[in-house]
Design a protein around this ligand. Structure first.
Ligand code: BG6
Length: 486
């Protein structure tokens, strides 16, 4: 036991602190502890919620929208667990005013939504569809009218089917270039009012799930070399979009990725393990985030990929690493608990026991400390002074009880613990500037269909009635107090 600790304990035992006789050091520590227990976030912290176009809009055949790869994919028998589609989803295309009111009722000052590329360019490129853009004009205006800042995502997986048919989608750099043009068009028309733009949502998911194991659209199972090339293309598309927003957006428009960072956490908090978790975070994200933030593929990544490594040029790396204004991280679950090792790259990810607790999705392990460690390590590795948690949230059982209410205490438990850890990070000066809760309302959860619920608002998909869950009150309270509610 150190001298300092024993003296403090003695002082406590002797009641010296209570008598106002604590040392300056002890007084400072007590002050810090008090500040921590109020769990406050920095002033100006951005509280928001998030959705994405295909998951909520519906109206897939209206006002000239073209088909997306998801429109086709959901029709392949067996692909969607409950056999549903996003054809109708939340009818948000028509009910957006009602939904903006729901956001307002939470007290959110920000809303992250995505633009459906095939609504704006039915074929992906060529002639734009003004009616498609109009929807986003109306949505943005409605948000601003209600004091809610629009945060726009350019790509949340609904690739125009035409680009898949003509170029093999993200298999071709042609799609990357066309994405850049689309980004320029959106920036030109919306950044007079939209000040923050996310490029692509979760390359880490849509590349592997869509082109590697066929679980997501377009449902392909390509060899690893091609998957790596597609991931490289997605990074290139990100870089081209950053450049397009800079060139065509209003001056000062901020742009960055929204990535499901492969979340590495030290298994036990020792300096060696923390260092190892940092290395792991860099290496496990070497194929996308790290190359975006540093402009190079790491030696370990290239060595591991071997002959399957993505072919790339210096010029491409330059585009890929175009400077961003913020780092958007989607963080739900710990991916790897890491310990230090004197072998290999210096870390070992531990096996995760079957008994590890999870929410109502097998993959959604409950590891609140992920929201402390990942931003903290990311800020150091990638030298950013603005991190946004672009998604975090939980699936729940969400049974409607006889009184018509949904008492989702499990989601509240999850949020309370994750937010407490996020607050711990901000209290230490980790530059997390905002948080977007996934999701505003239950929606079309990709391969799970309508059965998996992540919303703060329950949605009855027959009647389209939205009902606030108990977690909506919890989140409203968090926002009102700017505190995690521990
Ligand atoms: C994120 C996506 O990966 O997780 C969201 O960006 C998605 O679009 C959310 O809804 C939940 O994922 P899933 O696979 O459980 O529906």
């Amino acid at each position: 036991m150190s001298e300092k600790v024993s003296r403090r304990q003695f002082a406590k035992l002797a009641g010296l602190s209570a008598a106002g006789m604590a040392s300056p050091l002890e007084a400072a520590e007590a002050k810090q502890a008090r500040a921590r227990s109020t769990a406050g976030f920095p002033a100006g912290f951005v509280w928001g919620t998030a959705t994405s176009s295909y998951q909520v809009e519906g109206a897939v055949n209206e006002d000239g929208r073209g088909a997306s790869i998801w429109d086709k994919f959901v029709r392949i028998p067996g692909k969607i667990e409950d056999g549903t589609t996003g054809d109708r989803a939340n009818e948000h295309y028509h009910r957006y005013k009602e939904d903006v009111a729901l956001i307002k009722a939470l007290g959110c000052k920000a809303y992250r939504f995505s633009v459906a590329w095939p609504r704006v360019f039915p074929d992906g490129d060529g002639k734009p569809n003004p009616k498609g853009l109009d929807f986003y004009n109306r949505l943005v205006d409605e948000l601003l009218k209600n004091g809610i800042e629009p945060w726009l995502t350019l790509y949340h997986w609904d690739l125009p089917q035409s680009l898949q048919d003509r170029f093999g989608g993200w298999r071709s750099t042609e799609t990357c270039k066309i994405f850049g043009d689309y980004a320029a068009y959106v920036a030109e028309h919306l950044t007079d009012r939209v000040r923050n733009v996310f490029t692509l949502n979760e390359s880490g998911r849509f590349v592997y799930f869509g082109y590697g194991i066929g679980i997501d659209a377009p449902g392909l199972t390509l060899p690893q070399a091609e998957v790596n090339q597609i991931r490289h293309n997605s990074a290139l598309a990100h870089g081209l979009a950053v450049q397009a927003v800079r060139a065509h957006g209003r001056r000062g428009t901020r742009v960055g990725p929204a990535e499901n960072v492969d979340a590495c956490v030290p298994a036990i908090d020792t300096p060696e393990n923390v260092r190892a978790a940092g290395i792991a975070l860099r290496e496990m994200n070497a194929g996308y985030l790290n190359v975006i933030m540093t402009g190079r593929y790491t030696d370990a990544f290239l060595k591991f990929a071997g002959a399957d490594a993505p072919k790339h040029t210096e010029a491409e790396l330059k585009i890929i690493s175009s400077p961003v204004d913020f780092l958007g991280l989607n963080i739900y679950a710990p991916q790897h608990y890491v310990v230090a090792s004197d072998q290999g790259a210096g870390f070992v990810p531990l096996p995760i026991p079957k008994s590890f607790p999870h929410m109502n999705s097998d993959w959604l392990r409950v590891g609140p400390e992920t929201l402390y460690w990942v931003p903290k390590l990311a800020a150091t590795i990638w030298k950013t002074d603005a991190i946004y948690i672009s998604e975090n949230g939980a699936s729940g059982d969400d049974v409607v009880t006889q009184d018509g209410k949904i008492y989702d205490t499990d989601r509240i438990m999850y949020l309370r613990n994750y937010l407490a850890q996020l607050q711990r990070a901000t209290a230490e000066g980790v530059p997390v500037r905002g948080y977007f809760l996934w999701s505003l309302m239950d929606n079309f959860e990709w391969v799970y269909g309508l059965n998996k619920r992540f919303g703060l608002y329950h949605v009855n998909f027959d009647t389209q009635v939205r009902t606030p869950k108990l977690s909506a009150s919890f989140y409203r309270n968090v926002i009102a107090r700017n505190a995690a509610g521990v």
